[in-house]
Design a protein. Structure first.
Length: 380
């Protein structure tokens, strides 16, 4: 049984209203790969792009459960809306996880005051056959850092005002001690946007490559201490895994609602009774998958909010179970709809692409399975 606090219910209802606005333009957002300015402004006015920031920085200081509830509701209208809120939470979480409260408040307050969005640049391009892995490096030069390298598939980077970039500052150290995070404002000399990924799903928040060609940053641009970037990235990602699960639950919930509405409008004639029964069975399986997804993201978010030792394991389980439930459920609906379900412009076709995109967000599912097993073996 999920108990909504008064504040949580208020956030849910506000997100539901915003989702209705996004739903009316979901097809356009998917086609143009762009959230219209008016809808972006709606997210700011609703407080959804400052959810996780502390009150001292002008945010709502929402917990993970509250944030997940908002992401689920928004994703029902458009996956892009839920994704943008998730990515903003990811970038802000990285800043807050440093433990440097005064510095974090200053940076987050500036983002909120200027209504700026941030991106999270961690992934590096895969090396080709026979090539050595290329890593983004940050070399200390007196009181500055000089960043060079490339980042790939940086969601939201095209329209971001600030990018949290992870770079190696200790090339001879093991990775866990070599990474450092930096806050790089858009427009910084040497920060060059590259090719946009031709994403099939989760359109509206483009993923792009970034080149760092001699980006000079003052020491004050460092996020956290030197060499602590690996732990910072890991903690930030883990805290946002329940939000990916919530995004997937919202996508599946929208598909289920559409399927129920469609089925109610088709009274079964005796000659097609067996086909109608197949629809009923598919609806039951979709509903069960949705219940699992919602229960998992709720449990994981609660555990992380409470600092429970099993929080990370539950977060990883929630991410893979919810994303796979969404794909399985929507695939069932598309099979029942036949050719119509696979046509461009059909909401099920778009929802299916969005559900698949969520499977690789913040790491592919097989890696989360492995990490969950390791936590289990470690007694967590």
């Amino acid at each position: 049984m999920r108990n909504y606090t008064r504040r949580m219910a208020g956030l849910r209802d506000k997100a539901r209203k915003a989702a209705a606005e996004f739903r009316s333009q979901a097809g356009t957002i998917d086609r143009d790969d762009q959230i219209p300015p008016a809808l972006l402004e709606l997210l700011w006015e609703s407080g959804f792009l400052s959810l996780v920031a502390p009150r001292s920085a002008g945010g709502l200081e929402a917990g993970l459960v509250e944030t997940a509830v908002v992401v689920e509701e928004l994703a029902r209208g458009s996956a892009a809306a839920g994704l943008l809120v998730l990515l903003q939470a990811l970038g802000m979480t990285a800043v807050m996880e440093t433990g440097e409260n005064k510095r974090a408040d200053e940076l987050l307050a500036r983002l909120i005051e200027r209504r700026e969005v941030c991106a999270f640049a961690l992934s590096e391009p895969e090396p080709g056959p026979g090539e050595k892995p290329r890593v983004t490096a940050a070399k200390k030069v007196r009181s500055e850092y000089l960043l060079t390298g490339h980042k790939t598939f940086v969601s939201g980077a095209r329209d971001a005002d600030l990018v949290i970039v992870f770079a190696v500052t200790g090339p001879k150290l093991p990775l866990k001690k070599a990474l450092t995070a930096f806050a790089v404002p858009a427009g910084t000399t040497g920060l060059l946007p590259g090719r946009e990924a031709a994403k099939a799903g989760l359109r509206g928040v483009p993923a792009t490559e970034l080149s760092l060609a001699g980006v000079r940053l003052p020491a004050s641009a460092r996020v956290g201490k030197q060499g602590e970037g690996y732990g910072l990235a890991r903690r930030s990602i883990v805290r946002c895994l329940p939000l990916v699960a919530a995004l997937s639950a919202g996508i599946l919930r929208e598909a289920l609602d559409l399927m129920v509405e469609l089925t109610r409008g088709r009274a079964p004639a005796p000659s097609v009774f067996s086909e109608f029964r197949a629809v009923e069975l598919a609806l039951a399986e979709m509903a069960a998958g949705l219940d699992v997804a919602r229960s998992m993201f709720w449990s994981a978010a609660s555990a992380l909010d409470d600092g429970a030792p099993e929080g990370e394991r539950l977060a990883r389980e929630a991410k893979w179970l919810a994303t796979e439930a969404a794909v399985t459920g929507i695939d069932s609906a598309v099979r029942l709809l036949g050719v119509d379900g696979a046509l461009r412009g059909n909401p099920f076709e778009r929802l299916g692409r969005d559900a698949r995109g969520a499977q690789i967000m913040l790491g592919p599912n097989h890696l989360h399975r492995l990490e969950a097993a390791r936590k289990l073996l470690a007694g967590r």
